[in-house]
Ligand binder design. Sequence first.
Ligand SMILES: Cc1cc2nc3c(=O)[nH]c(=O)nc-3n(C[C@H](O)[C@H](O)[C@H](O)COP(=O)(O)OP(=O)(O)OC[C@H]3O[C@@H](n4cnc5c(N)ncnc54)[C@H](O)[C@@H]3O)c2cc1C
Length: 415
Amino acid sequence: MRNEPFSKDNQHIMQNMDFDEDVDYVVLGGGLAGLSLAISLHQKGARVCLFERSKEPNDKPCGEGLMPPGVQALETLGLSSCLANIEPTRLQGIRYIHGQTIATGHFGLEPAYAIRRIKFDKALRQKAHAIQLPIFWGRARFIKQTSEHIYVSNHQSCVRGRFLFACDGLHSQTRQQVLSKEKKKKRARLAQRFGMRCHLPTESIPKHLQNNYVQIWLADEYELYMTPGKEETGCAILLEQDRLKHEGSPDIQVDRILKETLGFEPAALTSKLKTTGALEQPHTPAAIGRVFFVGDAAGYVDALTGEGMSLALGDVQDLIDIFMTAANTYSPEQCATNYHQRRKARQATHQIFTKTLLKVKRHPRLMSHVVQTLARHPTQFDQLISLSHEPLSIKHLKALSFGLNLLRPIKSHQE
Ligand SMILES: Cc1cc2nc3c(=O)[nH]c(=O)nc-3n(C[C@H](O)[C@H](O)[C@H](O)COP(=O)(O)OP(=O)(O)OC[C@H]3O[C@@H](n4cnc5c(N)ncnc54)[C@H](O)[C@@H]3O)c2cc1C
């Protein structure tokens, strides 16, 4: 890992386009998306370097459920060993709980895992270290792009590359830098939902709540996700900003929500409570010139469906396909169009599903109808879940028609 001195300040770099390192690909942000992309590019022989602001792995606020498409993507990228090394808990499915109603859906044969995010991040960093991926530590800034190159620098070094992959997360500075003013204005009008995350000792969880499902309590004002783990059980709470303002500090709210929802006095938390948001972030074009947006940095709808990691890994897979097979024959514009189209197709179902669920959430009676119907039709619930990770088949068309029927009351409610 490197961190070479660089005496010139950013102003100087911008004027003279001086640089310390010349690579093909610069990856900005070493979270799940950035690390897996940089490792994969490096292993395929590309000249790549990574900028990451934090030397210590970040215990990122996350529900920690890695869904089947994410597991499949890691396998394709050759990164399954990072997962195996952290001994994840295999998940059987998802359980929605609304009042007394419980609807259970299964992942089927495709594996999904509960992972401790900080352990996974560490495993990816170890892999990067083992393959001697060049990493520049410290907060980085995308400086400029010309017709041929991009420039990125931190407080010490400046790197020139042919392409920049912006993997700098939900509040991506790169996105802020390149977004037009109109898009920034739009952002201010978006609904403000937030996420909180903590862990409880698993031994403190009552036995009837210990199982291998992601359990999701759908209360009127929030959703509580409980993700199993051998030693620690993850709790993620999603709620609107207003709740956060009016009901005291996040610690007080989390304590109240856990007590109220789980029906027992929670033990002392085993991880620091973390809060993040606003969750909804505008979607940029997938690429602008030589800057490609990856994972959360490309825009985000909500954590409601627990698919962020899978979507980020899907982006990485697409970029590896595009750049490692076709970069020499495609122009930057063709690479951008290709990435944009693949991303749009891959994320369409997810976006419709998440936005619809957010609508349903605003109407408690509809929420109740949806959970009760899913509880009565477990096979169709399983099929709806498999839409995310199985090739489309007749059973999925039936599942889609079931899903549309399920949502019919929303339409009549709106009329
Ligand atoms: C409450 C909550 C629950 C969630 N639950 C789930 C779930 O159960 N399952 C799921 O799949 N997804 C879940 N998600 C979503 C998931 O966590 C994200 O989609 C995923 O982490 C995206 O990864 P990323 O690499 O794009 O971003 P990140 O993991 O945020 O990585 C960004 C990286 O960029 C670095 N960085 C940022 N700026 C700079 C800079 N200027 N210079 C250098 N480095 C920089 C950061 O240090 C960080 O390492 C949840 C999210 C929330 C908020």
